[in-house]
Design a protein around this ligand. Structure first.
Ligand code: MG
Length: 451
């Protein structure tokens, strides 16, 4: 099955995103609220991450929803997966004001469907149509919605993550949590604590200026986390992006774990003894295929973007196919028994369970993983589609996957050339078992591109 991407005007891969005050304005948030309130009736949950522009945008979003006749429940500051969990359990839709991993000046809105998944392409296009054609409704005074505040609801999410594991599975395990001053400050230390871990917290003060490190949890920004892991003798350190749908790790030696390796490690734990399907975008390392095969699971590829992974998981499950795991090679992992969206808190908790089961250090588990050489590059291109078409023509005799851009599968190597979803950029990825073959393949593709 192949989900195809649909071109949108406001919505990118994960909702609407832009610089607060110029691109992402309260005016736009109001229009999104009105449009969502026109499309979805009932009670809508809203929440936000810690960004300083959040309160103004949430207020505007709520104004739109209320004026369109929806009731609103404001859940306050919480991770995106926490709101998604609450929507599926209690509400008719939801919206989170967040710019995820983007720098502090950005903000955005992710719209959540009743099943807790992010809004898909067709519905996003319908929502945009209401905005551009000014067809949203404003109800009469006696039908205006009512607002209620429910900041404690987030505890239901923490509870659900903790209850997914045996009691005190992390008993005495020292761990460091670094939410980076983002939304997970409200959840991840609490989750780890309730799993029995001895939790050290870093950057757990909520602060939308992100003074300690950028919301993107990169190896560079996590050096203080790595230091604290070493000085406390922790078993691992976990860090999140601004809205905590992603989690990344450093091992007990303070080494950053590449996110595809993280995906492989956790897939190996989750898939053990459970035959079925792992769903992931075409940009993910072959590590997942190797780990999948080891566990009797096969990999289904999707376009790049977590909504395509989630929607494919739903559609496969609806066909009766056992879907065991899903995720992206950026620390965004989906545990279908819990909920069908990326969940950073669940990922952190699963790492505790993994280490408790294996009884080995995280660094030795990482060393035992298959290793591939990966080259990533990007460049500006006026007509990315034409470039991809030219490559499809050139490589027509090879094993191609055209799910998103062009992926050329060649023995133990693959290369992906893919137009960016948001900018006039083309992204190139090449992976091979040997660094030399990766380099050769990369040069071959770049010389074709530059011709
Ligand atoms: Mg995020």
């Amino acid at each position: 099955m192949h989900l195809k991407k649909i071109e949108k005007r406001l919505f990118g891969t994960n909702g609407v995103r832009g610089i607060a005050g110029t691109e992402m304005t309260p005016g736009l948030a109001l229009k999104i609220g009105l449009a969502l309130g026109t499309m979805r009736q009932g009670t809508i949950a809203v929440g936000r991450d810690t960004r300083t522009s959040g309160p103004a945008l949430v207020s505007a979003l709520k104004a739109g929803l209320l004026a369109a006749g929806c009731d609103v429940v404001d859940c306050g500051i919480l991770p995106t997966p926490a709101l998604q969990f609450l929507v599926r359990r209690h509400f008719d839709a939801g919206a989170v004001v967040t710019a995820s991993h983007n720098p502090p000046e950005y903000n955005g809105i992710k719209v959540v469907e009743p099943d807790g998944t992010e809004m898909g392409d067709e519905e996003s296009v319908a929502l945009e149509k209401h905005i551009f054609e000014d067809t949203s409704r404003i109800v009469s005074w006696e039908r205006t919605g009512r607002e209620r505040s429910a900041p404690a609801l987030v505890e239901e999410y923490v509870d659900a993550v903790v209850r997914a594991f045996p009691p005190c599975i992390g008993e005495g395990m020292p761990v460091v949590a670094d939410p980076g001053c983002g939304a997970a400050a409200a959840t991840t230390p609490e989750i780890l604590n309730r799993l029995g871990c001895r939790v050290y917290s870093l950057n757990c003060q909520m602060d939308g200026t992100f003074p300690a490190r950028p919301p993107e949890p990169s190896a560079q920004g996590l050096l203080p986390l790595a230091d604290l892991v070493k000085t406390t003798g922790a078993s691992f350190g976990v860090a999140h992006d601004g809205d905590a749908d992603r989690a990344v790790f450093v091992d007990e030696k303070g080494h950053f774990i590449e996110e595809n390796v993280e995906f492989g490690l956790i897939a190996d734990h989750v898939c053990q003894g459970r035959k079925g399907v792992i769903v992931t975008p075409v940009s993910t390392s072959r590590i997942i295929e190797v780990i999948g095969k080891r566990n009797g699971c096969r990999v289904v590829y999707t376009p790049v973007g977590s909504i395509y992974v989630a929607r494919t998981m739903i559609s496969l499950a609806a066909q009766g196919i056992p879907v065991v795991f899903g995720g992206e090679g950026n620390g965004g992992l989906i545990f279908p028994g819990h909920q069908l969206c990326r969940d950073g808190g669940m990922t952190a908790a699963t790492m505790v369970s993994l280490l408790a089961h294996k009884g080995e250090s995280l660094s030795s588990l990482v060393n035992a993983m298959p290793h591939f050489a990966l080259i990533k590059d990007k460049f500006r291109e006026k007509d990315p589609q034409a470039l991809v078409a030219r490559l499809v023509d050139h490589y027509s005799g090879e094993n191609l996957d055209l799910t998103d851009g062009i992926r050329i599968n060649r023995g133990d190597s693959w290369a992906l050339v893919r137009p960016s979803g948001t900018e006039p950029l083309v992204r190139v990825m090449v992976e091979s078992e040997s660094g030399e073959r990766a380099e050769q393949f990369y040069k071959e593709i770049m010389s074709l591109i530059q011709r």
